[in-house]
Design a protein. Sequence first.
Lengths: 249, 249
Amino acid sequence: MLKMERQAYILHQLNLHNKILSADIMQQINVSDDTIRRDLQELAKDGKIIKVHGGALSPSYHNGHHSQREIYAYTQKRIIAKKAASLIKNGMFVLTGGGTTIIELARALPPTLHATFISGSIPALFEYSNHPNIEVIAIGDKVAKNSKITVGLEAISKIKELKVDLCFLGVNAISLENGVSDNDWDVVKIKKAMVESSRRLVCLTISEKINSQQPIQVCDSKKIDTLITELPADDLLLQPFVQAGITVI
Amino acid sequence: MLKMERQAYILHQLNLHNKILSADIMQQINVSDDTIRRDLQELAKDGKIIKVHGGALSPSYHNGHHSQREIYAYTQKRIIAKKAASLIKNGMFVLTGGGTTIIELARALPPTLHATFISGSIPALFEYSNHPNIEVIAIGDKVAKNSKITVGLEAISKIKELKVDLCFLGVNAISLENGVSDNDWDVVKIKKAMVESSRRLVCLTISEKINSQQPIQVCDSKKIDTLITELPADDLLLQPFVQAGITVI
DNA sequence: TTTAATTTTGCATTAGCTTGCGGAAATTTG
DNA sequence: CAAATTTCCGCAAGCTAATGCAAAATTAAA
């Protein structure tokens, strides 16, 4: 990875998260702490970042501009995103839905990852297309106003043509008995198609939504291969899922 | 392999991957590192690439990633966007391409506007989907890395199914003799389809690009219905277009 | 076609950049 | 205060860049 790329990545991450830890970056792009520190030093000299002990802050963060980091349960979703990102290997085909957790996943993808991402979520596509090395395929159709994902027969038929390695689904409600459920008819139809078109289904959710239910079912819990929450895998809340044979991370 | 061929290859690789390593290219086309370095130097002198230690980056890489407010000729593009927005009436179906000018158009849309926007540009779709009242339809396909629009047969065939009221095209080069032209094969194919699928073609460009030409033609100037630049319609530079029967705003 | 002029290429050498490491100093945290 | 991190400093290794020069290739002219 070139120096400039690395610095671009650092700035990008800083724009997204308003703060970064040297240790995080160091791990994500696999270079020594000194290198990162030198990068931060250079960027700080140009006033592009504010260097602090252990990492850096976005200048806009300090300058009053409180950018909208108003995502609900932001910290938890970042943890989930990091866990999810670790499942993706080079060369994989990955199908993803939308939602804030998926966006965090998109932002947490290591810049060295070479994979193909397929999605109908406009914000997710936007994030993916900012990544230097991933191939992006957009599922076209009418964009649903609230969820900002494409919905409709076109989209469904496109998804059905696929058979991808991994499918990441940010879920609104999940329980062992009722599986994954949601409250938007069009979105559920899309999600159903996604579940069918993937070899491995990974559900992402904050623990708060565990054991909840919504009116329309997306899929049975038998379909779930992996469940990711912000909790450690041995948390009591998750044991029923472990016992049901779901890989819990 | 000729020098020009080699440089074309380098540019092509850069368009595909947004970055290249001198060492890679050197191996791929079997010439010495010096030769590659000299090529990079020349290309960098013309501003076609950004040379860095160890290789080169695409100029779009630097412009597109961060520093979103550093759009080239930002003020002029805002003027263009406002003029363009005034053409759109409630209930219209509008097809748009990508590029910074189109993004500004998306941001300049009055919040009360009720219309349907169709696009394959990920950033444009992102902006459209943030608008409270417009319907958004996404053209799906593989997303081109540099331009961030969907390209491919899928996208083209979807566009060909349409017949919209208005088509906004941000153009890279335009002249009366050569019409609209561009330098990316895939993008040109998409733009051609867009031109064919619209009743009225509106070209947006900063005046700097008037009377310039790129290798691949999108359409003849006869196809252009309206031309929007940041200049007033009576500017001398624009008179040839007025005389050719094009509505100039 | 042959010859001369010009450009381009490859090599050797020297110079410069970037990175990671060890150890000492500084900072944070409990 | 003490332990754990983080930072700073200098240095060596490994690449990458620049320069001058001769060989090779291309172009222009005879």
